[in-house]
Design a protein around this ligand. Structure first.
Ligand code: XLS
Ligand code: NI
Ligand code: NI
Length: 440
């Protein structure tokens, strides 16, 4: 049985009119020492691509999928077949899932785990046959009504225990499937109102939860990278892992920063009032950049629209940060993105991924060229050159004092600041993007 009636997607170059071809993503092509596939490490998200039905708060599911009419367990098996065919045809090497994406929840925790065991076995076989790999798995501790007050930050200790049991099982799955990372997104780890919230206890409990997760991973010999995925709001009014800086402070306070890095989602960055690049830069500067949920928000909408990335400007600046980080491995670019509700055909799953892959591949090409030219590095060096010598050097090296600086300041007659010419920089970036295919 075939779910996607197309040939394997090929690179045909930027002039191709074939919607089912790559215009910029040429997996084997090398940029420096690495192929594009090694630099991009694309991943498909089980939940958006194989589980979601494109329902929204105002409308039922609109997605047309071949597995719609099957019973729950048969559906779960069909999706395994479908995702491996999908990865083969789109040339995507990695995938990601939540526990509840791959197998239906049973009437009890035990039954849920049994369902998981059946499907994980199937997935393992497929991985062994195809060489496709698990970028990360995670635990959905937010959808079910038991998590109404949170999971690790619930006011109900029984829920904390239940959430721990689910993460324990997910870690065992991670170990079994060789998951390269393990993600925690605090879906309901936040609050609606401080009027009835013990924030201190909830955050202490969250840290305890993470510590136990890490020690269980150590106990079973699971060595994948732990990642926290920050998000400022939605579903709760205030999410504890608001952004990278907030979550980093939390990790440092509880001495967890050595055990975690961040999974940065573009749409979450913009919801937090930052740019995608800001979150990547903050993480990179602190050696905490682990992986990326590659999507984009809509500038007119204030929620997590999870659109496929199609903005080259954004992907260029993102790939600049990622290349300067020395890549993302063992992390990657996971398409935490869904087709619009109006793109409901099964083939849209392929077309949306091609669009996202090509946009990141184009961003990679542009960023790579900019780095070759030291484009940003030259701008920054020039801008901060006053710190390379004299009093500036002393400041940077911590070898001066307010007293010496006062003496220095008394002797300044006029201060000469340079113009940033920011508009020139922006139009030069446009030139880079527009000229990327010109060989002359
Ligand atoms: C939701 C998150 C979620 C995580 C994994 O906004 O992006 O999909 O990536 O739980
Ligand atoms: Ni995400
Ligand atoms: Ni999201």
């Amino acid at each position: 049985m075939s779910y996607f009636d197309i040939n394997k997607v090929n690179y045909e170059g930027p002039k191709s009119n074939n919607a089912f071809s790559f215009k910029y993503y040429n997996p084997e092509e090398k940029l420096g020492n690495h192929s594009m596939s090694e630099l991009l490490r694309f991943s498909v998200a089980y939940w958006h691509t194989f589980t979601a039905d494109l329902s929204d708060p105002f409308g039922v599911g609109a997605a047309e999928r071949d597995w719609d009419s099957l019973n729950e367990m048969e559906k779960a098996k069909a999706r395994v077949e479908a995702i491996f065919e999908f990865m083969e045809k789109t040339r995507i090497d990695y995938f990601c899932f939540h526990d509840v994406d791959i197998a239906p929840e049973g009437a009890s925790l035990k039954e849920s785990n049994e369902n998981l065991d059946v499907i994980v076995e199937l997935i393992k076989e497929k991985m062994d046959q195809t060489g496709k790999k698990l970028l990360w798995n995670t635990t959905n501790n937010f959808t079910h009504e038991r998590f109404v007050h949170g999971a690790a930050t619930s006011s109900n200790a029984e829920v904390f225990a239940y959430a721990a049991a689910k993460v324990k099982k997910s870690l065992e799955i991670a170990k079994k499937l060789g998951s390269e990372n393990f993600v925690f997104w605090g879906g309901r780890e936040g609050y609606e109102s401080l009027l009835n919230t013990n924030m201190k206890l909830e955050l202490d409990n969250l840290a305890t939860f993470f510590k136990m997760a890490k020690s269980y991973a150590d106990e079973i010999g699971y060595t994948g990278q732990f990642l926290i995925e920050p998000k400022p709001k939605e579903p709760t009014t205030h999410q504890y892992d608001t952004d990278v800086a907030t979550a980093h402070a939390f990790l440092q306070k509880y001495d967890l920063d050595k055990d975690f890095k961040f999974n940065i989602e573009a749409n979450h960055a913009t919801l937090a009032g930052h740019t995608f690049q800001h979150e990547l830069r903050y993480a990179r500067d602190n050696n905490m950049l682990g992986s990326v949920d590659a999507n984009q928000g809509h500038p007119l909408l204030g929620w997590d629209t999870d659109e496929f990335p199609t903005d080259v400007y954004d992907t260029t600046l993102a790939m600049y940060e990622i290349l300067k980080n020395g890549g993302l491995a063992p992390g990657g670019l996971n398409f935490d993105a869904k087709p619009r509700r109006t793109s409901f055909k099964q083939e849209d799953l392929i077309l949306t991924h091609i669009a996202g892959m090509d946009t990141f591949a184009l961003g990679l090409r542009v960023a790579y060229k900019m780095i070759e030219d030291n484009f940003f590095e030259n701008i920054i060096d020039e801008k901060y050159k006053s710190f390379n010598e004299g009093i500036g050097k002393k400041i940077v090296e911590g070898e001066t004092s307010f007293k010496e600086l006062e003496d220095y300041a008394f002797n300044i007659n006029t201060i000469n600041n340079a113009s940033d010419h920011l508009e020139v920089i922006k139009s030069q970036i446009n030139q880079y993007i527009l000229n990327i295919n010109n060989k002359d």
